[in-house]
Design a binder for this molecule. Structure first.
Ligand code: ASP
Length: 254
């Protein structure tokens, strides 16, 4: 079993305690027999509830002052759920988790909000926060005792971007990827991540034999240093996090 959690590329190490709390929650669940999806989602919920991070209650503001969130959950058994431009939900990752079990993969905007309500998720005014730079997206990758791997991510996007803009977080292959023996989540400038299909390409490097650490270094090296990017990943045997900036992250494994 193993779990790795991040609190966003570009985020200060002062919030490391929040990431440690989140990883410990997921790790305890795994020890108690929870599946990888439950553990990854639980860790992300902890960070969505911590307003120091750019997700859920602490999501950054768009150009028009609105708060819109994106989130994704995937499992290497083939399930994927994503939501985009969701408003008035404190824990968007829980909506993505529900979508994962539907016969569709992605919901956006009003449809996503209506769906969340119809599934009993409470709506609330999410005030968000005035973050200087929004590199505080959160994510988790977990592997349970059966070997299944799950990825969960949640973000408020990038501060000041247009309302309706969707970054990499719900972008399959860009912001997240999981397949046999691999799970990866990205953070940083979403457009740069999506355009290079970053998580899928890093997974391919792992499949070709690179260690998790070396594959993450390969992925980050695709970018110039002024484009802030971070990655976390698990394989069947190891886990790591790596960024070209400060990025709080934590790993637990047995
Ligand atoms: N990747 C996110 C986005 O572009 C932002 C972040 O990771 O902080 O929406």
């Amino acid at each position: 079993m193993r779990i790795v959690v991040h609190g966003g590329a570009g985020h200060t190490g002062e919030v490391q305690d929040g990431v440690e709390t989140a990883v410990d929650i997921g790790w305890k669940l795994l020890g108690d027999g929870a599946d990888a999806v439950s553990a990854a989602v639980a860790s992300v919920v902890v960070l969505e509830d911590d307003s120091r991070f750019n997700a859920g209650t602490g999501a950054c503001l768009r150009a028009d002052g609105s708060v819109q969130t994106d989130a994704a959950v995937a499992c290497n058994d083939g399930r994927l759920g994503t939501i985009s431009v969701l408003e008035d939900i404190a824990n968007p990752v829980q909506v993505a988790r529900l979508v994962m079990d539907e016969d569709f993969d992605a919901l956006a905007g009003k449809g996503a909000l209506d769906y969340a309500r119809s599934r009993g998720i409470t709506t609330t005014t999410v005030i968000g926060s005035e973050k200087p730079w929004a590199g505080d997206t959160v994510g988790a990758v977990a592997q349970d005792s059966s070997g299944a791997i799950a990825v969960a991510s949640s973000t408020g996007g990038i501060r000041g971007r247009l309302a309706g803009r969707v970054g990499d977080t719900p972008h399959w292959g860009g912001g997240l990827w999981t397949d046999a023996g691999v799970g990866i989540a990205a953070t940083g400038v979403g457009e740069a991540i999506s355009r290079r299909l970053l998580c899928f390409r890093v997974a391919r490097m792992m499949a070709d034999g690179l260690s998790v650490q070396k594959a993450l270094e390969w992925g980050i090296a695709l970018y110039p240093p002024d484009i802030v990017i971070g990655l976390i990943a698990l394989s069947d045997t190891e886990g790591a996090g790596f960024s070209n900036s400060s990025m709080p992250w934590a790993l637990r494994q047995d």
